[in-house]
Design a protein around this ligand. Sequence first.
Ligand SMILES: [Zn+2]
Length: 214
Amino acid sequence: MKCYFQGCTSIGVTKEHIPPKAFFPDNEKEQLLTVKSCTEHNNAKSKDDLYVLAQVCMNASPSNRAREIFLEKVKPQLDFNNAALRKLLAKDAVKLQDGSVKYDVDIKRFDDFFTALSCGIIFKSCGATLPNNFEVNHIYPNFSSQQDNYLELEIEKFYQGKPMTFMEFGNPNTKNERIYTVEIFGIPEFKSSLTIVHLFFGKFKVISMLTNKM
Ligand SMILES: [Zn+2]
């Protein structure tokens, strides 16, 4: 069976969880999806998964569920491996005058993560890898540097109406606080551009735009 990643022609030799297992408590993993991955696209980047999860939790407040996941999944990992994750999160952080800390976000790491996640979601819902003529871009409305209401309103027009697929992961402890839900908008069989709306804890949104360049 082929690898799930866009443009990859290698054989999938390992099993990859989508969304990543690292995002879910042990008793909420059974419903996760898996895809086959080649060694190159095998997410051997558990540090990246945790980095993204930490940033998502930190930017999803107020959410009790995000705080619980942070304490259970991220905090115990912060000081492993010579505090690699802690150092990564603190990189370029700035202490503000009121004593709070503003954390910088590594957008490249986020882009790589959401491209892989989008490829996995598309592979599962469409039964094929994303064709090469699709360009992938991501928008992060929760990050203040990208907060631009006008832009976000324009982009929301791309995905109005009924999604072609809707999936949800993680048992909700409280209403609207599933760990991850995803909607895909567009026309099946890659006949149009696609928009994937990822939502974490009902609060942190990422919009992936898969644009058909043909
Ligand atoms: Zn691959």
